[in-house]
Design a protein around this ligand. Structure first.
Ligand code: URA
Length: 434
């Protein structure tokens, strides 16, 4: 078999076989196929697309490039949740303790973010002392004893995805549905979950900007999961404005804690309830949507979800007192307001621009080597549908460098679309893909 023949076949729009895809992925992982040939193949895939079965073969080949995590030693049905990512997405930090407090084992492997803010691991590590670097035995013991552990993905799963993603990033081939779906699902499936709930974001702050594309990506991922024997479903959720009010690592953790105290922003709370219901049903904790909803509401009102978060923090070496004393988080030196330059109704908030503003003050990584400022970020005081007066506060920027604030301020002002017409609040849940 020769790489050039397979590249030509894809270039001409023909379907690749399982053995051809295995040959390419195995060869690329082991440095037998060079970047220039893989780049050509990725571009051919980008234009010619892949069929469903090719995407399943690609996902399997990526899984087979590395280790699979075996979670059989953990009792119960392990349901994982994955978000395709967006601005202000701190869902795991609130949702994982909710689900675990209701008896479903939550064995979560998360990643770091290369983007506007950190990933779940970065966010959690803003809690003083907390480590996500767990030995496998500790990870399994914590889940069996406390129902919850959140650790970093081991470097040994899906090495092909790491190489491919880095190449896609520099060859303008990231945004292809088959490539995204196989990349995400290979990591989820290699991480050993029994069932998967996907939160596929749609809108200005998401990979997929249109509803149509988001449904297509969701369907592709759900089909891959089900084809590989794992119950999988996807909820399509709004990312046309940031989720909740906080953007930035420690600020998002504080917002997740507030949500567990019953004081969370309404969109974020709604998302946690919606995804949580599906997780509880897939984990077979209940088979009834209304019961699942009530269980989640109770876990917040009776404090058990918050206690579960404290337990997670303590188990992983962090200081659980942070849940009642936010001054224990590293604080930014400056908290500077951005005031509105006009009055009216908030019609839109470009989530990507808010993400770039957070990145400008150091809340995210521009390159893998960048160091995140965990205290930096933005609190949005207005969301779509709200009214604002001239000079009223739109947002507060938490930062440690006045020069960076100016760039963030310009981005925040450009992100907000203010209109004289009354605007309805944005719908959060756009649909379900089974
Ligand atoms: N996230 C991933 O893990 N892979 C992609 O291709 C896109 C988003």
């Amino acid at each position: 078999m020769k790489a050039i023949d397979i590249i030509r076949k894809k270039r001409d729009g023909l379907e690749l076989t399982k053995s051809e895809i295995d040959f390419l992925i195995d060869g690329y992982t082991n440095d037998l196929i060079p970047d220039y040939q893989m780049s050509a193949l990725l571009m051919a895939i980008y234009f010619q697309k892949m069929s469903k079965i090719e995407t399943v073969y690609l996902t399997q080949a990526i899984i087979n490039s590395g280790e699979r995590i075996n979670l059989d030693q953990i009792d119960g049905i392990k349901v994982d949740k994955h978000s395709t990512g967006g601005v202000g997405d701190k869902t795991t930090i609130a949702l994982a303790p909710i689900i675990a407090s209701l008896g479903a084992p939550l064995a979560k492997m998360s990643g770091r973010g290369l983007g506007h803010t950190g990933g779940t691991l970065d966010k959690l590590e803003s809690i003083p002392g907390l480590s996500t670097d767990l030995e496998k035995e500790d990870f399994i013991r914590n889940v069996n004893e406390s129902k919850i552990a959140i650790a970093g993905q081991t470097g040994k799963i899906t090495p092909a995805d790491k190489k491919l993603y880095a190449l896609r990033d520099v060859t303008a081939t990231v945004d292809n549905i088959s490539l995204i779906a196989s990349s995400i699902m290979s990591k989820k499936l290699a991480s050993g979950a029994d069932a998967i709930v996907l939160d596929v974001k749609t809108g200005s702050g998401a990979f997929m900007k249109s509803l149509h594309e988001s449904f297509s990506l969701a369907k592709e991922m759900v089909d891959i999961g089900n084809e590989m024997g794992k119950r999988t479903l996807a909820v399509i959720t709004d990312m046309d404005q940031p989720l909740g009010n906080a953007v930035g690592n420690s600020l998002e953790v504080i917002e997740a804690i507030e949500t567990l105290k019953g004081n969370g922003p309404s969109d974020f709370y709604e998302l946690c309830v919606n995804l949580g219901v599906h997780m509880l049903i897939l984990a077979e904790i209940t088979d009834n949507i209304d019961d699942a909803k009530k269980m989640i509401e109770n876990s917040i009102s009776n404090g058990s979800a918050l206690r579960k978060l404290e337990e997670l923090i303590e188990n992983q070496g962090g200081n659980p007192k942070v849940v009642n004393d936010y001054s224990l988080f590293k604080q930014a030196d400056y908290k500077t307001e951005v005031k509105s330059i006009k009055s009216g109704y908030i019609k839109g908030i470009n989530a990507e621009m808010i993400g770039r503003a957070a990145l400008a003050v150091g809340a995210g990584r521009e390159t893998k080597e960048s160091k995140i400022d965990l205290s930096a970020g933005i609190i949005l005081n207005k969301k779509i549908g709200d009214m604002i007066d001239l000079d009223e506060s739109l947002a507060v920027v938490h930062h440690n460098d006045m020069s960076k604030y100016e760039e963030a301020k310009e981005l925040i002002l450009s992100a907000y679309i203010i209109s004289s017409e009354k605007t309805a609040p944005k719908k959060l849940i756009h649909g379900l893909v089974l």
